[in-house]
Design a protein around this ligand. Structure first.
Ligand code: ADP
Length: 485
């Protein structure tokens, strides 16, 4: 079975968050289930620099007013088709905005062109035969479903995955004529979204199936609080909605072989983590003493609840803990964490920015990883933490609720606890969970037992890839109605 995966980020070529990890790891996991995946991605400057020798497989001539072609390449075991369109993608800055973080004003054109090209390739009209199924990720790929539905000829089934409902790609209705869709597409059954054009909405409306990245988040997005305007559509399509939890690439994230660690380790050699902790303290310029070393690897945003960490920083110190923070994001939150660093030099430290190797050392050296998100579709850092024996302390929401087993009397007795959860996301419940975790850390035999259990958790793609393969096969059955003239 051949599947075209359409995503605006793919690790290790381009990454701003979990979407890239998923788009980069799922193909390898699906291969073990007889599914061959081709990744379709934009030819950002960084991507073009990495792919090296590539073959031109299609020339669009004119795509949304610019010269564009499709290149086939291989990278890190991934089969790639890259949309080479310099006018739209060859720029300084990130995938979605300039170096200052401001969104590109022409994102609507960039990702409409990306989606139109993906639809052309997926349906066999540009550079090869049609695929058996097209899998779209997030709003940047969403319009592909509309182009497939309104296109001529072969129409493979489409699956759309929501990685984060907070990002929807909503644009003025004034852009509609430039999208090249028929007039009837600008309706409630099409791309129209509260009077605007909604790219994610289009992806959800036209797809044969919708998935999201955990069972709990699948439930949550049916409510107004988490559905963010799309809950009605999701409720109406609940029979086609599937919550499939993400995994991580257990070859990339393997404490026994990780080149970014000061000392590799397994659950049988947990004492070797001490060298990573020491290296981590040195990198961050702190001395955690005998208390627990808490850590954050995250975008520093309201969604991730990092404002609450800043608010509780003094209590973390009073409890005897120390804190290292790796990330960047909201200026106010960064400043609040910075103020906590000033109050507690040597015990709290912030490294601003994005540093993949350092994120591995954090997981391999920290005692406790904090993930106090207000909402979290799946979350990947807690999965890395489990695998590296950094005990996750998480908000009870979305994928965090589904992947971390809270320490309670019952789970302790049954010897299944792998971390700590709290709810709701507010100061007091968070502070109580911090106290519970610090107390547990002081009980060394119990803590080691929990670390071993955490490391034994299945955070791989195995089970979830099987679920995706099953879903693909259920949709790719020959259906004569899908073949239009
Ligand atoms: P998001 O909502 O940002 O996608 P996830 O937990 O799903 O959150 O995925 C975040 C990914 O980005 C993880 O692989 C995490 O390790 C990584 N990450 C986040 N911030 C940083 C950082 N500052 N440096 C390195 N890696 C980071």
């Amino acid at each position: 079975m051949r599947v075209l995966s359409v995503a605006s980020e793919v690790f290790p070529l381009v990454k701003t968050g979990g979407l890239a990890d998923v788009a980069g790891a799922l193909p390898g996991a699906l291969a073990r289930h007889g599914v061959t995946v081709t990744c379709f991605l934009p030819g950002y400057r960084a991507v073009m620099g990495k792919i090296g020798a590539a073959r031109v497989i299609h020339n669009f001539g004119d795509l949304f007013g610019s010269a564009a072609r499709l290149l086939a390449a291989e990278h890190s075991g991934l089969d790639l088709v890259v949309l080479d369109c310099p006018a739209l993608f060859d720029r300084e800055g990130g995938p979605y905005g300039d170096a200052t973080g401001r969104d590109w004003a022409d994102n609507w054109t960039r990702f409409a062109a990306f989606s139109a090209a993906a639809a052309a390739h997926g349906t066999g009209k540009a550079g090869g035969p049609a695929f058996d199924l097209i899998h779209l990720h997030d709003w940047q790929a969403g319009l592909t479903a509309a182009y497939v539905a309104h296109g001529r000829g072969n129409r493979p089934p489409v699956v759309t995955t929501i990685h984060n409902m907070a990002f929807q790609g909503q644009f003025s209705p004034a852009i509609f004529p430039a999208l090249g869709l028929p007039p009837e597409a600008m309706s409630v059954d099409g791309v129209e979204y509260y009077g605007d054009v909604g790219y994610l909405k289009a992806g959800l409306q036209y797809a044969e199936a919708i998935t999201t990245v955990s069972p709990s988040y699948a439930e949550e997005i049916m409510t107004p609080e988490f559905g963010m305007g799309l809950d009605g559509l999701i409720r109406a399509r609940r029979d086609q909605l599937h919550g499939i939890v993400n995994g991580i690439d257990t070859a990339v994230w393997n404490p026994a072989t990780d080149p970014h660690l000061a000392a590799t380790f397994t659950s049988a050699t947990l004492e070797r983590r001490a060298a990573n902790r020491a290296a981590l303290e040195q990198r961050f310029g702190i001395n955690a003493g005998s208390g627990p070393l808490l850590a954050i690897v995250s975008r520093l945003t309201w969604q991730k609840g990092i404002d609450l960490v800043a608010a509780l920083a003094d209590q973390i110190i009073q409890l005897g803990g120390s804190l290292v923070v790796l990330g960047s994001g909201d200026a106010t939150i960064e400043a609040d964490i910075g103020a906590a660093v000033q109050r507690h030099p040597g015990r709290i430290s912030l490294i601003t920015g994005y540093d993949e190797p350092l994120s591995h050392l954090v997981q391999g050296g920290a005692d406790i990883l904090l993930v106090p998100s207000r909402f979290e579709p799946c979350g990947l850092t807690q999965l890395c933490a489990l695998r590296y024996g950094a005990i996750p302390l998480v908000a009870r929401t979305g994928g965090l609720a589904d992947t971390v087993i809270d320490t309670t009397h019952a789970t302790q007795t049954a010897k299944v606890a792998t971390g700590f959860q709290f709810a709701p996301v507010a100061r007091e419940p968070f502070a109580r969970a911090l106290r519970r975790a610090v107390e547990a850390h002081a009980n060394r035999p119990m803590w080691f037992a929990m670390q071993k259990r955490a490391m034994a958790s299945d955070v791989s793609w195995d089970q979830s890839a099987a679920l995706y393969a099953q879903l693909y096969r259920s949709l790719a059955q020959p259906d004569p109605q899908r073949l239009s003239a």
